[in-house]
Design a protein around this ligand. Structure first.
Ligand code: FRU
Length: 504
């Protein structure tokens, strides 16, 4: 009988024969074929960065979860590795769910993950989730050591994020309380095998939040950031609840046992498709993050093509004095591709769009928008507009003072537009003189099937799928109702980030 890992590889190879690349990412991590969701086990081990991810190797929808695996030496060029973990024990028989990785003092890579099992008792399905340990000496093949924190008798108990601090291992893990409140629990251990009883670290104050997913607690400067994905029964309002999944953060103090929030919950990303991010500490001290760009709202255009879901580009996080999180593509990302054109300074008139890029290959565009000189109501990039009426429209709306991604003509995705307000110091009392100084920089990473928009020094980020048209693609600078004045317009055609052909 073939082992579960080999079975998964065989199923994935079969699916790969059906893969089409109309939307397949060139500068984002995705499965060779099949479905992915959350990034897992981000770490630096053996001179390599490792990224694992939730993966259904045999289908384009969520299914039995495995851990897919890619690695890189420089966070820019990526290599595929065999599937790392498959369901194989009674406790993880229905899924090797999300988790994290740490390197022990003796140089072993240890991953803590959630074992997911649906037990049928007296005709009823009961979900059991427990925390499990697996280790590896080469970063490629893993030995499972079974359960280290038992199921709590409740369905939702998952997503351990582990780190080392003060000679101890610490874990945050998500739980739904008996009263159906979304909670984060903290556990500690000396050896990763034996964990204490655990205690409640944080409960989302919103009673509509019945569970939180993928908690991550980490230090930035002298504060601590608690990232998580609240699952809510509330109707969509504003940004929160508009996507199937939302995630954000609370900043606070942490003394090793207690977390004291200092801020309210703030969304982390304002786009259509961002969820379940995980962070890691790079050897040089940077806090890096990757998120899942995906959706459970089906169908998605890429599902016709044998794959579904991708990760964001790696981002670096920092916290500002107002305790707002900023995320920017890591500096290394600029090594990908070659500098293209700089067309600025330039003025664009309505009805006269300026084509910046042709074809489906990825490109990065940086716009410096002179807000004082521009008269336009909207300024932005018309992505893959071939006149069919379908296009992704990304830019800045001067009436609402918001950065937006408008997918309202692209029906395969969750649709609609998403936006984030550009708040500036003294925004309310701003007079013409302050405004004259204003320049808005928009950095847009356009891959075959996605856009990521970074504005206001990374305080605003929108990550969205973008599947408008699969022919005659182009990216054009455009303006609505008035001229747009740009101080700079830079393009950077991006080269694929895979080191080897992936259809071997
Ligand atoms: C978040 C999540 C996690 C879980 C995993 C299962 O997207 O639901 O809570 O561990 O995905 O794939």
């Amino acid at each position: 009988m073939t082992n579960p890992l080999q079975q998964a590889e065989d199923a994935n190879a079969e699916l790969l024969t059906q893969r089409r690349d109309r939307w397949y990412p060139q500068v984002h991590i995705a499965a060779r074929a099949g479905w992915i969701n959350d990034p897992n086990g981000l770490c630096h081990f053996g001179d390599r960065y490792h990224v694992f991810f939730q993966h259904n190797p045999a289908g384009v929808v969520w299914g039995p979860m495995h851990w897919g695996h890619v690695w890189s030496r420089d966070l820019v060029h990526w290599n595929r590795a065999p599937i790392a973990l498959a369901p194989s024990l009674p406790e993880d028989q229905d899924g090797v769910f999300s988790g994290s990785a740490v390197v022990t003092d003796d140089g072993t890579l240890a991953v803590l993950y959630t074992g997911h099992r649906v037990a049928t008792t007296a005709g009823h399905d009961m979900v059991e989730q427990c925390q499990m340990l697996a280790t590896s000496t080469d970063g490629m093949t893993f030995t499972k050591h079974g359960v280290v924190i038992e199921s709590r008798g409740r369905a939702d108990f998952r997503d351990p994020k582990v780190w080392r601090q003060d000679q101890q291992w610490h874990m945050v893990v998500a739980m739904s309380s008996p009263q159906r409140r979304g909670q984060v629990w903290h556990y500690s251990s000396d050896d990763l095998m034996h964990w204490d009883e655990g205690h409640l670290l944080f409960e989302d104050p919103d009673p509509n939040v019945y569970m939180v997913e993928c908690p991550d607690l980490f230090r930035l400067g002298d504060k601590w950031v608690l990232l998580y994905g609240p699952m809510t029964t509330a109707r969509p309002h504003g940004h929160v609840g508009r996507n199937g999944h939302n995630c954000g953060y609370v900043v606070g103090d942490w003394n090793g046992t207690q977390f004291t929030p200092l801020t309210d919950f703030t969304p982390m990303d304002w786009g259509h498709n961002f969820y379940a991010p995980q962070t890691m500490l790079a050897p040089d001290g940077r806090r890096l993050l990757l998120g899942w760009m995906g959706s459970f709202a089906h169908p998605l255009a890429c599902q016709e093509d044998g794959w579904c879901g991708q990760l964001t580009v790696p981002r670096e996080l920092r916290l500002d004095d107002d305790l707002r999180l900023h995320s920017s593509p890591i500096a290394e990302f600029s090594q990908l591709g070659r500098p293209g054109k700089d067309l600025g300074p330039i003025t664009v008139e309505p009805g006269q769009p300026l084509t910046l890029h042709r074809g489906s290959n990825p490109v990065e565009v940086c716009l410096g928008i002179d807000l004082a000189a521009s008269r336009a109501e909207q300024i932005g990039l018309r992505i893959h507009d071939n006149g069919s009426g379908r296009r992704t429209w990304v830019g800045y709306d001067d009436l609402s003072e918001r950065v937006f991604v408008d997918l309202s003509t692209v029906s395969e995705t969750s649709g609609g537009y998403r936006s984030a307000r550009l708040t500036r110091p003294n925004n309310d009392s701003r007079d013409a003189a302050t405004r004259t100084a204003d320049e808005l920089c928009l950095r847009v990473i356009i891959d075959r099937g996605s856009v990521e928009v970074f504005a206001d020094d990374g305080r605003i980020v929108l990550s969205s799928f973008s599947f408008p048209v699969d022919s005659e693609r182009s990216v054009a600078l455009d303006t609505v109702s008035g001229c747009a004045t740009l101080t700079s317009v830079r393009t950077r055609p991006l080269a694929p980030h895979w080191n080897e052909p992936d259809r071997g």
